[in-house]
Write a protein that binds this ligand. Sequence first.
Ligand SMILES: Cc1cc2nc3c(=O)[nH]c(=O)nc-3n(C[C@H](O)[C@H](O)[C@H](O)COP(=O)(O)OP(=O)(O)OC[C@H]3O[C@@H](n4cnc5c(N)ncnc54)[C@H](O)[C@@H]3O)c2cc1C
Length: 400
Amino acid sequence: MSTSQQADVILVGGGLANSLIALRLRALRSEVEVLLLERDERIGGRHTWSFHADDLAPDEHAWVAPLVAHSWPRQEVRFPAYSRRLESAYFSITSESLRAVVEKAVGRGVRTGVSVTGLDVTGVALVDGTRIAAGAVVDGRGDPGRGHLELGFQKFLGRTVALEAPHGLEGPVLMDATVPQTDGFRFLYTLPFGERRLLVEDTRYSDTPGLDRDAVRGAIGAYASSQGWRVASVEGEEEGSLPIVLGGDIEAFWDAGPPGVVRSGMRAALFHPTTGYSLPEAVRLADAIAASADLRGPALYALTRDRSREAWRRGRFFRLLNRMLYRAAKPEERYRVLQHFYRLPEPLVGRFYAGRPTWGDKLRVLSGRPPVPVGRALRALLAPRTRPDPAVARPKEDLK
Ligand SMILES: Cc1cc2nc3c(=O)[nH]c(=O)nc-3n(C[C@H](O)[C@H](O)[C@H](O)COP(=O)(O)OP(=O)(O)OC[C@H]3O[C@@H](n4cnc5c(N)ncnc54)[C@H](O)[C@@H]3O)c2cc1C
């Protein structure tokens, strides 16, 4: 790969989505010259990206397998009313495992410490004034913004800790909601990376994106103590504030971006509306792009916008549930919605996270004794779906 000032495909942002696209193009279309441009000194940021077994099809699992750093055969959830073990596998990719595979495969096509200041259908401009021409430019700069999406937030801070003694966990605890419910639906998410090594994340389904980091660090320490874990050292930290979509206008969202520029990942609104997780969609987009006969900008723009539109259509049910979660339930009562959900059969839970619930699943999720007051639930379900306001996460007119 030369360092020429042009490429067939320029991927702007070396995050999850564009890294997977680069990897897939390298594997299936080695004749295509790809440039992956990342602003930071390393691609992949500081993340642990996890997914459920049902999130990916067998062929997708197969090509993602080299990226997986940790996997477990089962998982667990804990609520005030009950705990439950789910017999389905869970997988995690880390920034380090992604970086190692992508850098090896893509080689000099990866350029870090390169901030893109302008992009259009014909190429990109860098902070030092360099212009690089391209057949297609893919905007994978992450954060989708709030302009045309009405959002709640799943915000979290996680610490990877080394313990003085084995933690004794059999597998991940995806939700421990037996903790005090502050700042919305709050739970601890724990991944055992080794006998004495854990990622412990304090997560809140909140109306606002900000976190008091020191307070959350203290809360993680208190949780570790409550579990009998003595922390020997903190090895790392990651944090996020993921969009939980209540409504919005997907066409206006796309129209507001650079005209004709292809988008990937969060920038393309390709994430699960209720979890903010984007890995499964990113895997499928990478496959779709690598399979496209035409890799020029207009064809890839049509492909990504169509997929985003289709994902938005499929997300309608989830946005409705999100409105129920954020509007019908008082913040400290939100856990009841998830407590209700996790009593449902395991295959249904799997299809829900995979974003592919059947009509029967949808009926079951909404049936039974409602976990929130009926009147408030109905008002939340019937409230206008599209009132995005960049400044306000929860429009006042919907709270009447
Ligand atoms: C800490 C954390 C944990 C998460 N865990 C999960 C999970 O377990 N499972 C899951 O499915 N999802 C998870 N998500 C949600 C989502 O999958 C991630 O946010 C994912 O990284 C989004 O991928 P992306 O490629 O769209 O954006 P990012 O991965 O955020 O990548 C965007 C990249 O663009 C770069 N960039 C920005 N501007 C410029 C510029 N001007 N020039 C050059 N580069 C630029 C950034 O530095 C960054 O590297 C998590 C998110 C976070 C923050």
